[in-house]
Design a protein around this ligand. Structure first.
Ligand SMILES: *[C@@H]1O[C@H](CO)[C@@H](O)[C@H](O)[C@H]1NC(C)=O
Ligand SMILES: *[C@@H]1O[C@H](CO)[C@@H](O)[C@H](O)[C@H]1NC(C)=O
Ligand SMILES: *[C@@H]1O[C@H](CO)[C@@H](O)[C@H](O)[C@H]1NC(C)=O
Ligand SMILES: *[C@@H]1O[C@H](CO)[C@@H](O)[C@H](O)[C@H]1NC(C)=O
Ligand SMILES: *[C@@H]1O[C@H](CO)[C@@H](O)[C@H](O)[C@H]1NC(C)=O
Ligand SMILES: *[C@@H]1O[C@H](CO)[C@@H](O)[C@H](O)[C@H]1NC(C)=O
Ligand SMILES: *[C@@H]1O[C@H](CO)[C@@H](O)[C@H](O)[C@H]1NC(C)=O
Ligand SMILES: *[C@@H]1O[C@H](CO)[C@@H](O)[C@H](O)[C@H]1NC(C)=O
Length: 391
């Protein structure tokens, strides 16, 4: 009897450990970073009215892995852009999609900033703007703070300040039709969560845990990154991270129905519906002169210094998930928007034509990491089976 009880307790403990720990399923990093991403179908920013052409496979000076082994995604600052033309800037989607039960970890040493610059690392449902959106990192112009948000369509979704979090709520309704579509925004209160101070402090790590119970986002500046958070960690335990920066709880948001499988998105827009709004632009950048606009002031002509800091420099993006339908096993992972291109990225040496990305069939960015995970799950299953027989 006692032994049966203790075996039962062991099984329960094992189940708990397994639930709290998310296994690594992808590591977008190093020379293989770009293998897991695809380009947008559209050639220019047709969703937020920004003044950008989206970078293509030919743009190996904008998408490459540098000598430090970090992925760089940058705005073109070498071309003289004539009036009426747009400037090349990056937008990439993960080939794989993810369901609830997932943790996204993004480690950056630099994020894009500067007047007219609008960088974001976010997730979106297949039928955007339906299907939910999680804005993990979003910064504009010369702001100092990162902004986080959820965007939902239909249903009920608000953020309540009974949540335990360190960020400052700016808008409570997540529904896309409220607050001019701002989503339920939360600002990080750390002045090094974006911009120049972020870069000076060596960057930091953004961690997002998405379950049907809550969506939580943590930001750690470089010196505060927990030692357990590394690119090579095979499992991830969110229970030791402390109070999140933002917490969206299912107590006030129907997370289980409003969020479809999500695609990771990373992009830099110029001007457009957020960074380019005059009132917002002028909050941190000089007033526009005469009849000049964000576009005519910043985007065109020689913008080499304007966009000197308009780039992401990433150590890695890791995905940890307990959801077996994540990791590219969904049919939709084979090409939302029916993209047929594969990201071709330059390398630091750039003497060759670059690293050719893997097939657009939803293969993991790092299949060796996935094998480890499957092996671990099998071991756990085997132990459970043996214990079950004993019982
Ligand atoms: C894949 O992950 C393994 C284990 O974490 C690592 O040793 C290897 O360098 C990674 N490969 C790429 C291409 O990132
Ligand atoms: C953007 O362009 C793509 C490709 O033409 C198209 O499928 C998509 O519907 C467009 N999006 C919007 C919001 O117009
Ligand atoms: C980006 O690629 C396009 C072709 O797709 C090319 O016209 C443009 O000049 C390139 N720009 C840079 C900066 O590489
Ligand atoms: C896993 O993700 C799928 C969507 O990809 C979702 O329908 C399912 O409910 C998720 N499973 C769990 C246990 O959350
Ligand atoms: C949250 O609580 C504070 C203090 O009770 C209150 O002042 C504030 O209006 C509430 N709402 C939001 C969205 O912060
Ligand atoms: C929130 O999630 C928890 C855990 O999954 C669940 O027990 C609870 O019923 C959910 N609450 C609501 C209001 O959906
Ligand atoms: C262009 O951008 C790069 C960084 O991407 C920067 O090193 C360089 O200084 C910029 N050019 C000018 C003239 O500022
Ligand atoms: C999927 O991609 C992998 C790796 O590139 C390749 O070996 C495999 O043949 C592909 N499968 C299909 C069905 O295209």
């Amino acid at each position: 009897m006692i032994s049966k009880l203790s075996i039962t307790a062991l099984i329960i403990t094992l189940a708990r450990i397994n639930a709290a720990q998310y296994p690594l399923t992808e590591s977008y990093s190093g020379t293989g970073f770009f293998d897991g991403w695809r380009f947008p179908v559209e050639t220019y920013d047709n969703t937020t009215n920004g003044d950008t052409f989206w970078a293509t496979a030919q743009n190996t000076s904008l998408l490459y892995v540098n000598d430090a082994g970090r992925a760089v995604l940058k705005v073109d600052n070498t071309t003289l852009v004539p009036y009426n033309e747009k400037r090349y800037a990056p937008k990439l989607f993960s080939k794989n999609t993810y369901g609830p039960g997932t943790v996204f970890v993004m480690d950056a040493v630099h994020v894009p900033f500067g007047c007219s610059v609008w960088g974001a690392f976010w997730t979106q449902g297949e039928n955007w703007p339906a299907g939910g959106e999680i804005d993990i990192f979003e910064g504009i112009n010369l702001r100092k703070e990162n902004m986080m948000a959820l965007h939902t369509s239909g249903g009920i979704c608000t953020i309540s300040n009974s949540s335990s979090m360190t960020g400052r709520i700016d808008a409570t309704n997540c529904d896309q039709s409220a607050n001019s579509g701002s989503g339920c925004t939360v600002y990080d209160q750390n002045d090094n969560s974006y911009g120049e101070a972020f870069a000076k402090d060596g960057g930091g790590v953004f961690i997002t845990e998405w379950t049907n119970e809550a969506i939580r986002i943590w930001f750690f500046s470089r010196s505060n990154v927990p030692s357990s958070v590394t690119s090579t960690a095979n499992t991830f335990d969110t229970s030791s991270l402390g109070t999140p920066t933002a917490e969206y709880s299912n107590a006030s948001c129907d997370l289980a129905t409003l969020f479809e499988p999500q695609t990771l998105t990373i992009n830099i827009a110029l001007c457009g519906d957020f960074a380019g709004l005059t009132s917002l632009l002028e909050q941190t950048c000089p007033p526009l002169e005469g009849d000049k606009t964000c576009y005519t002031t910043y985007v065109i002509d020689d913008a080499s210094t304007t966009y000197a800091n308009a780039y992401f420099e990433l150590n890695y993006i890791n995905v940890y998930t307990t959801n077996s339908s994540s990791s590219g096993n969904l049919p939709s992972a084979n090409g939302i928007g029916k993209a047929t291109t594969t990201v071709t990225a330059g390398t630091a040496s750039r003497t060759t034509s670059g690293v050719i990305g893997s097939a657009t069939n939803g293969t993991n960015a790092n299949s060796s990491a996935r094998k480890t995970t499957i092996k671990e799950i099998r071991i756990i299953a085997l132990i459970s089976l043996i214990l079950g027989i004993l019982l």
